[in-house]
Ligand binder design. Structure first.
Ligand code: SF4
Length: 444
């Protein structure tokens, strides 16, 4: 029996794809072991979205080469796609480099009889016209599963390497999406996170007359027992169809993550983001009016090349004013091969760090305000695990508030009503509603 160790960096799409590798290896009789353990095959699913992710990818590959020189090393993912020569330079054979367009061939190549010492499954990713078929049997130990419905992007935002590493937008057919959702439902998962690189473009490359909106509607109707959450959607794709869907289906979680990146029109233009500050604000106000208690998250990039203090202030001020629940803040990271990498006036590290820190402080304020709004309300929490430090149960509300509360282990993997009772040192505490009723009765 072959032992296989898989490690994954980066986004939810990579995590879904690694789960597909794990499913296929297990189906072929292999044993999955932790990445630190002895194995016959090591798979490193890399990322290159930032310089740091690229560096971590190289470290993991080097570590696999030095600690497990007898094993077969398979390197795939965005770093492998971008810089296969860099991977070759890191170590010795036996080695396989599998581009993002060939991920469906990885397991066969790894288990083939007498494979050559060097396997290169690459190819021009921009020529790919269909998404790799990568079925997943299960996500290990998770209550929530990611369902990848789409890959690739055609937007070419000037800072982003993803269109070069993942190719054009390609969608999974509706029947394959439904099959995958049915597998997760059968396995007993309680929540699916609908994932892709640019999910709003779902279906546009297919002849099926489907869009992200018709697909989500179908998933909500066909799987009423599952909670559905959308990972991220571009502002231009947030429309009344989407907001009506969320209002209509109780199993579609009231939570939207909408990337902003900058709140300054000049910076947005240099980023090749196709909306304005005013247009983005209008989208957020429309969401808030339609979904008063929804979580609205935003991505924002600090320290884009040439960003002035005034431009950074514009972003900060816009985010301060908008009814947003939380921010994901990233420092701009120079990615060779992108347009922004060639732009003048890259900012020194300390300037970027200061801007990022200011935005992260704002994120903390926003989160606390969202939690405070939920105080004394009952939330339907999907219980995921026990929290290490406190031993309390831990789970997320429908609008993505992370709650801790006392309860029995049998509640893990179920949805329970929890009243939000306290916010302590950024921990959000609650009490199971039955317990809360009992406590009130005793204190009367
Ligand atoms: S929309 Fe822009 S930021 Fe997102 S993956 Fe496509 S190019 Fe990158």
């Amino acid at each position: 029996m072959k032992r296989v160790a898989i490690t994954t960096l980066g986004c939810k799409v990579n995590q879904f794809e690694s789960a597909a590798f794990a499913s296929a290896f297990e189906a072929r009789g292999c044993q999955l072991v932790p990445f630190q353990a002895e194995a016959d095959i090591y798979v490193i699913n890399t990322c290159t979205v930032t310089a740091r992710a690229g560096q971590q990818s190289r470290q993991l590959i080097r570590r696999a080469f030095t600690r497990h020189s007898h094993a077969r090393i398979f390197v795939t993912g965005c770093y492998a796609q971008m810089d296969p020569q860099g991977v070759l330079a890191l170590g010795e054979y036996p080695l396989a480099i599998v581009g993002n367009g060939n991920k469906h061939r990885l397991v066969d190549a790894a288990l083939s009889e007498n494979p050559p010492d060097l396997i290169m499954l690459m190819g021009r990713i921009r020529d790919n016209r269909s998404i790799c078929d990568l079925p997943v049997t299960r996500f290990r130990g998770r209550t929530r599963a990611y369902l990848r419905i789409q890959d690739g992007c055609d937007n070419f935002c000037s800072y982003c390497i993803v269109p070069y590493t993942r190719g054009p937008s390609r969608s999974l057919t509706v029947s394959r999406v439904l099959e995958q959702a049915a597998v997760f439902a059968e396995q007993g998962y309680r929540e699916l996170v609908i994932t892709g690189i640019n999910v709003g473009k779902y279906g546009l490359d297919l002849d099926e007359n489907e869009t992200i909106y018709t697909l989500l509607d179908r998933l909500c109707r066909d799987f009423p027992q599952l909670r559905l959450r959308l990972s991220s959607i571009e502002p231009a794709e947030v429309n009344d169809s989407l907001l009506n869907l969320i209002n209509r289906h109780t199993n579609f979680m009231p939570h939207l993550h909408i990337p902003l990146q900058s709140g300054d029109d000049q910076v947005l233009a240099r980023m090749n983001r196709r909306y304005t500050r005013a247009g983005f604000a209008e989208v957020i106000h429309r969401v808030r009016a339609a979904l008063p208690t929804a979580a609205i998250g935003c991505d924002v990039l600090g320290g884009f090349p040439g960003e002035t203090e005034a431009e950074a202030d514009n972003t900060h001020r816009l985010l301060e004013e908008l009814p947003i629940s939380y921010l994901h803040v990233f420092p701009y990271s120079r990615r060779p091969g992108t347009l922004a990498a060639t732009m003048p006036r890259h900012l020194p590290g300390p300037v970027k760090e200061a801007r990022v820190q200011r935005l992260r402080d704002l994120d903390q304020q926003k989160r606390r305000a969202m939690y405070a709004q939920g105080l004394d309300r009952v939330h339907r929490v999907l219980v995921e695990r026990r929290h290490g430090a406190t031993g309390l149960l831990q789970g997320f509300s429908e609008n993505y508030i992370p709650l801790l509360f006392a309860g029995g282990t049998g509640l893990i993997h179920t949805v329970v009503p929890v009243r939000l009772t306290a916010i302590e040192d950024d921990q959000v505490k609650g009490i199971l509603v039955d317990d809360w009723v009992e406590e009130k009765r005793q204190n009367r």
